[in-house]
Design a protein around this ligand. Sequence first.
Ligand code: SAH
Length: 214
Amino acid sequence: MEDASCLSEATKLAMRLAPAIDDVRVLAAIASIPRERFVEPSLRDRAYANVALPIACEQTISQPLVVARMLELLELAPTDRVLDVGTGSGYHAALLALLGGEVYTIERHRELARVAERTITELGIDNVHFAIGDGWQGLPESAPFQAINVAAATGPAPPPPLVAQLASGARLVAPVGRASQYLTLIRRTDGGLTQATLEGVRFVPLIRDDDDAG
Ligand code: SAH
């Protein structure tokens, strides 16, 4: 038995998530990213609790268990081109970058994107590309993607532009709904699209450009 006092906080978090997460690559990624770097110093003592925490611009860093579930649903390969909608703190993007190939992350709040880029660069992760704008539209100039991760609640259906940017065989995971939200997995196959509705979750809303920017 390993002496738990020698393990990093991130490793202990991964061990706590292990009963609910089958993909060991996802657990290894969680164990190697220091989540405390993605929250404000005053919240660092809660950085490894399995809870969402507030970040700037009235947004949240998602709950680790939900992040891990979304990562395992995406079944990433090291060569995958990945789109991440809603950079926020950059924590989810950093994990995608360990599991996929090139990650394109888009955020509508410039300040969040700036801080996330700094944190990810400081961690020595160099395969994340940052964009500012309306992620509802996806990133057509970098499409198609083998995987799309949406970290904000889409409303009644995943945005059609995102579904259109899925390569053949690609997966999209998103919290679909508003008042009640469910993780939804879409897969593009040669025969068309398949969609599975999974567990209930709670995310901040995906804001459309024509909504109030807040
Ligand atoms: N993935 C983040 C958590 C994101 S919270 C993390 O790991 O910390 C959801 C994020 O989506 C917020 O930062 C919010 O500003 C952003 N967002 C909401 N609507 C958006 C849109 N239309 N385009 C891009 N980003 C959006």
